[in-house]
Design a protein around this ligand. Structure first.
Ligand SMILES: O=c1[nH]c(=O)n([C@H]2C[C@H](O)[C@@H](COP(=O)(O)O)O2)cc1CO
Length: 148
């Protein structure tokens, strides 16, 4: 299974440790195409874009998105890039799980919370969670997914 993980980079790296926990668990279910999002060395500046630039990052990520079986996004730290990826993924009829931590004190965008739905061709799910239960949440989600 190819998994695309979305998490904030230029939107702020405050949650990178949670991303690491999520990616580690996701790797037990398949190949995480965007493992770099969880790397502590990737700063708020983004990947070392000097080599190929932002266009290369964008085009590579849209290709990975298209080739993925499921998208998992940690959406607590607001990020334009993550919002964009989710919009593109919806247009591609992908299966999407968004994870949000209400304990952050933030209120999730209506454009993400309000997108929660199931249609014939796709499923967009938003789950609230606490950091301690993140592995269990993913176990439940992927347990259901592999059943269907
Ligand atoms: O260097 C990067 N590499 C990269 O893969 N991304 C993608 C993956 C992340 O899920 C998302 C983060 O967007 P943002 O940087 O706007 O927070 O965009 C974003 C950047 C920097 O914008």
């Amino acid at each position: 299974m190819h998994i695309y993980f979305c998490g904030s980079i230029r939107g702020g790296r405050q949650d990178v440790e949670v991303y690491q926990r999520i990616v580690k668990k996701l790797q037990t279910y398949g190949k995480v195409l965007t493992e770099h999002v969880s790397h502590a060395e990737v700063s708020e500046k983004g990947e070392d874009a000097v080599l190929d630039g932002d266009k290369a990052i964008h085009d590579r990520d849209v290709e990975w998105l298209a080739s993925s079986d499921v998208i998992v996004a940690e959406v607590t730290q607001p990020s334009l890039g993550v919002g964009y990826e989710l919009g593109r993924a919806v247009a591609m009829n992908k299966r999407i799980l968004c994870l949000f931590r209400p304990s952050s004190g933030r209120v999730l965008s209506a454009m993400i919370r309000g997108a929660d739905c199931r249609t014939e061709s796709s499923v967009f799910k938003v789950l609230d969670y606490t950091e301690e239960e993140v592995e269990v949440i993913l176990e439940k989600y992927f347990g259901e997914l592999t059943k269907n």
